[in-house]
Ligand binder design. Sequence first.
Ligand SMILES: Nc1ncnc2c1ncn2[C@@H]1O[C@H](COP(=O)(O)OP(=O)(O)O)[C@@H](O)[C@H]1O
Ligand SMILES: Cc1cn([C@H]2C[C@H](O)[C@@H](COP(=O)(O)OP(=O)(O)O)O2)c(=O)[nH]c1=O
Length: 221
Amino acid sequence: MLVAIEGADGVGKATAAARLHARLTAAGRNAIVIGFPRYGETVAGVTIGRLLAGELPVAASPHAAAVLYALDRFEWRQAILDAQAAHDVVIFDRYIASNMAYQAAKMDGAAARALMDWILALETGQFALPRPDLSIYLDTPWEMARELILRKAQRSYTDRAYDEYEADAALQARVRANYEAMVAAGLLAPWRVVRASEDGAMRDPEVIAAEIASHIPTAAR
Ligand SMILES: Nc1ncnc2c1ncn2[C@@H]1O[C@H](COP(=O)(O)OP(=O)(O)O)[C@@H](O)[C@H]1O
Ligand SMILES: Cc1cn([C@H]2C[C@H](O)[C@@H](COP(=O)(O)OP(=O)(O)O)O2)c(=O)[nH]c1=O
């Protein structure tokens, strides 16, 4: 089973993926976490690192950035298929929906929706990447995520506290709106929305992981 953990920057995806992995492993399941982008490991991943650090000498259009992120997964495709064959559950820390939510956040209205459809067709069609069996949208307000981003460990690709996307509050709001639109439209469905915070505080990571696990069919958890 392929489970994608999705959401905006700093909502706790890596933490939730690790806790879910620990829960499944403790229950005797063979699980693995695969995160995207693969910063130092693919041609596209190296380029994406430079892009996010603001080091590319040219501006990346939304389509160009989308192809880079899709290529990163395509370069990792065999590893995904191998992991799928060898494990009960593969947990993605970001997957195709991230590309749709973030790159479409740089465009307006009909063009945004058209770009989402274009990315979905590229990644699942031409690049033949497997669709997730379940996508989890981790939801928390930007004000809360902003604080958590500052607590993140040093990143491999930048010394800055916020990367190019994280520094843009308006973009982060559109990313949230795009995820909500994807959930509503059932793009890359099935989706389950899990709240990472409530009443102005983050929920316990174990509680979040337990809720995510509850959405995985009993046979697999
Ligand atoms: N539920 C939570 N409660 C408190 N802190 C959290 C929680 N989830 C994540 N964090 C912390 O917030 C920061 C960002 O979390 P991370 O999992 O890296 O987010 P993401 O992968 O969504 O960018 C990290 O320092 C992490 O330890
Ligand atoms: C995987 C992926 C990420 N992104 C964006 C979302 C993030 O803002 C950015 C970096 O991913 P992120 O998971 O936030 O990396 P890190 O936690 O190390 O900073 O790339 C896309 O636009 N498309 C994609 O396919």
